[in-house]
Write a protein that binds this ligand. Structure first.
Ligand SMILES: Cc1ncc(COP(=O)(O)O)c(C=O)c1O
Length: 396
């Protein structure tokens, strides 16, 4: 039986094109590598039948803590959006508290503070990375600032050295939205270990993705500016994910229902087998793209010993439409990550208006106008990479 996606726009392989010559992110080729482990792990879940909170979930949490060098407590949850929400809830943020974040991200980053009635304060992004620019941070901090929420956009860490330093001077915790960056490094340190709290998403197309929705919250064991009892904070997050239950049917706070399905944990355990190899392969492909395209179009190359997880590979093209048409003609999939948040109707319309308008963040707006994300995954062949490069070069 062949099942078509309900909407082309919701297809994780990218928009618009019917007969692509390669995949934007190739989950099929990845599955072929790990098929035996995936099937074995799924069969074990079917065997024990513990579909909710089965043993694979804590096992995955343990594995993830190990991957993050024992520096964090890991709490699995339903998706990367919930991960931000339960972290904010566990911090005890109150309506009106200010959260400083970036206008260049996926909607989830801003949706959570808005849902929790927090005040969203956007600041401009760094032109080199598209990430929250620490240069604007100090001026945006007020006595009501209770959280700084940078995003590691496209898989590349923000400058956490500077962000955490400034935040710590003001006693404000930082939460890294690491939905796109699991495996990335900033100055040799791993994404999701540098801030008091971090979150990631296991959406299928993410650097570590499952076969449905999933997410995780990480609490740094050594607090920087967050609550000093990090074990209690992690336990609070775990409770909130389970309807605020301290024990079965004893609800001591308002929570949500946000769990990682056992089957998804089982799939993720299989995917961990190829995570490092995929990460290395993506570094090679990125180097190849950069060497071939440097000077011809805009690139957001990593500096020093930073490593992107290459959740996406962005290029910047001033006259973007012509390049999009060329990619479409060549049947090369692409996407546009992301339009700016501050101009989204949901938060600048008649029901909710955060007060931001087009023109407020010229750097973020220019990136949003010029960005094209091109195919990037560990299973791109050399011929496919060359096809992408030659299409871009012919049209730049
Ligand atoms: C930067 C960012 N934050 C949060 C999310 C939300 O993750 P999820 O789709 O798992 O809820 C995403 C997912 O696309 C994302 O890219």
């Amino acid at each position: 039986m062949s099942i078509q996606p309900v909407s082309k726009e919701l297809d994780s392989n990218g928009p618009f094109l019917q007969n692509v010559v390669m995949q934007f992110i190739d989950l099929q080729r990845q599955q072929e590598q790990i098929s035996d482990s995936v099937r074995r792990n799924i069969a074990e879940v079917l065997e024990h039948g513990k579909y909710i909170n089965g043993p694979e979930v804590p096992l995955l949490e343990k594995e993830m803590e190990g991957l993050l060098q024992g520096e964090v407590h890991a709490i699995a949850c339903g998706n990367g959006t919930d991960a931000i929400q339960v972290a904010c809830m566990a911090l005890g943020l109150q309506p009106g508290d200010e959260v400083i974040t970036t206008p260049l991200s996926f909607m989830a980053t801003v949706e959570v503070p808005v849902l929790l009635h927090l005040k969203v304060v956007f600041i401009e992004v760094d032109p080199e990375t598209g990430n929250l620019d620490p240069a604007g941070l100090e001026a945006a901090i007020t006595p009501r600032t209770k959280l700084i929420l940078p995003v590691s956009l496209y898989g590349r860490c923000a400058n956490y050295t500077k962000i955490v330093d400034i935040a710590a001077q003001h006693g404000i915790p930082v939460l890294e939205d690491g939905a796109e960056s699991f495996g990335a490094k900033h100055r040799g340190r791993l994404s999701c270990t540098m801030t008091d709290l971090a979150t990631t998403s296991f959406f299928p197309a993410k650097p570590l993705g499952c076969y449905g929705d999933g997410g995780m919250v990480f609490v740094r064991k050594t607090a920087i500016a967050g609550p000093s009892d990090t074990g209690a904070l992690a336990a609070g997050i775990r409770r909130i994910c389970r309807h605020g239950q301290r024990a079965r049917y004893r609800h001591t706070e308002i929570g949500v229902n946000s769990r990682l399905d056992t089957l998804q944990a089982a799939i993720l355990l299989a995917k961990l087998e190829v995570l490092e190899t995929e990460h290395r392969k993506k570094q090679e492909i990125a180097r190849h793209y950069c060497d071939a395209l440097r000077g011809k179009i805009g690139l957001m190359e990593t500096q020093n010993d930073d490593e992107s997880a290459h959740g996406y590979f962005p290029i910047l093209v001033e006259h973007r439409d012509a390049m999009l048409r060329a990619l479409e003609t060549a049947q090369i999939p692409y996407s546009l990550h992301f339009p700016c948040l501050h101009t989204q109707t949901a938060i600048s319309g008649k029901d909710i208006d955060l007060g931001y308008r087009e023109g407020d963040f010229p750097i973020a707006e220019r990136i949003a106008r010029e960005v094209i994300t091109i195919p990037m995954h560990a299973y791109l062949t050399e011929a496919e990479t060359e096809q992408v490069i030659s299409c871009i070069l012919q049209n730049s």
